[in-house]
Write a protein that binds this ligand. Structure first.
Ligand code: P1T
Length: 389
């Protein structure tokens, strides 16, 4: 019953890490049990039972999730954390030293920038932000102390792409670590480790969990040295995912592929509707031919995702009136859940980014981001229509 790399995505999403246990005394559960025990008894002093000692170090439910996540990203190893930012913190803490330099995409989730700029800066980590949609800028930003390149593809909230294979050639040539935050596309649409990334991170709070009811993060890699260091820090720092949250995430993953198909279908319909509306200034969605990297998106991933950004004509007041008139779209941060969410990055998800930096990267005060849910798309369009008009 063990899944292999040759099995399809949905097969692995459903079965990997959750093979029924038929050993003597086991019950053959087809769903992994929630192992709430924080500690595990042993019969002999020198022999932890089944390798389990204490839940922060290893827990059977979390291990099932880590195995499933690794199978989906075509990774050898997976680790699950209590949030996306906890996962990111563990990567930065375990692989970098004070004085090391990071080259990062200029369009990253605001919380990731806050972490790098205001937490790790205390430990003298250095960073250069570049528009990584132009790969040559990544190479130009490399310094003698550069250790790591950090990108999101697609990026949050401007949905810019980075040509991962080309950046991977640069990082390989310069012995740097390439980290890709794959939250927006999920492994359904893109597997960065297959195209040269060393480490994938996720906010599993988003598509992977999929129901806006569980916060989590993940780190995936096939590099045994990085994994050892990451696992050491996962235990030593302790920001692990709880057994119950691991179970919720495992449950969410089983429908990841079917959800993403619907998210994308709805997103494309809404992007097309908005781009034909006279009160909409511009729509950013990699699935539209008008997106400057549409061709790269078609080549690099097998889908465009369920998030789009747009600007309505007028000032911030017009944007606020529009947002407050919606009934089906919750005015809320986050993305990737079954329900549609809408937000205004400048005052919500990216408020921690300095106004001049937002202006420089193109996050205007009237930019609106939608996480398109899997509701009936005609209902979503009708709601947008009444609010715009
Ligand atoms: O919220 P948390 O699980 O800690 O994940 C942080 C994170 C990491 N990476 C990306 C690309 C993200 O979008 C996020 C969180 N983002 C939001 C909450 C948001 O609304 O954009």
């Amino acid at each position: 019953m063990k899944t292999t790399k040759n099995d399809g995505f949905a097969t692995r999403a459903i079965h990997a890490g959750e093979e029924p246990d038929f050993r003597d005394g086991a019950t053959g559960d087809v769903v992994v049990p929630i192992h709430l025990s924080t500690t595990f008894a042993r019969k002999k002093v020198s022999e932890p039972t089944g390798g389990y000692e204490y839940t922060r170090s290893l827990n059977p439910t979390r291990k099932a999730l880590e195995t499933k996540l690794a199978a989906l990203e075509h990774a050898q190893y997976g680790l699950a954390f209590s949030s996306g930012l906890a996962a990111e913190t563990t990567v930065l803490l375990s692989l970098l030293n004070p004085g090391d330099h990071i080259v990062a995409f200029d369009d990253l989730y605001g919380g990731t920038k806050r972490l790098i700029n205001h937490v790790f800066s205390k430990y003298e980590y250095k960073v250069s932000y570049v528009d990584a949609s132009d790969v040559s800028l990544v190479e130009k930003a490399i310094q003698p102390n550069t250790k790591l390149v950090w990108i999101e593809s697609t990026s949050n909230p401007l949905l810019k792409l980075c040509y991962i294979q080309s950046v991977a050639e640069i990082t390989r040539r310069n012995s740097l670590i390439l980290v890709v935050d794959n939250t927006f596309l999920s492994p359904v649409f893109q597997k960065p480790l297959n195209i040269g990334a060393d480490i994938v991170v996720h906010s599993s709070t988003k598509y992977i969990g999929g129901h806006s009811d569980v916060l989590g993060g993940a780190v995936l890699t096939s590099n045994a040295t990085y994994y050892e260091r990451l696992q050491y820090h996962q235990n030593a720092v302790g920001a692990v995912l709880s057994p119950f949250d691991s179970y919720l995430t495992l449950r969410g993953i089983k429908t990841l592929e079917v959800r993403l198909e619907r998210h994308e279908k709805n997103a494309l319909r809404i992007a097309t509707y908005l781009s034909n509306h006279p009160k909409v200034k511009k729509v950013i969605y990699p699935g539209l031919a008008s997106h400057p990297q549409h061709e790269l998106a078609k080549r690099q991933s097998t889908g465009f995702g369920g998030v789009l950004s747009f600007e309505i004509a007028g000032e911030i007041r017009e944007a606020e009136i529009f947002l407050e008139k919606l009934h089906l779209f919750a005015l809320a941060e986050s993305l990737g859940g079954v329900e549609s969410l809408i937000e205004i990055p400048s005052v919500m998800t990216h408020a921690s980014v300095a106004p001049e930096v937002r202006a420089e990267t193109g996050i205007t005060d009237t930019l609106i981001r939608i996480s398109v849910g899997i509701e009936d798309v005609e209902d979503l369009i009708a709601d947008l229509k009444q609010a715009i008009e």
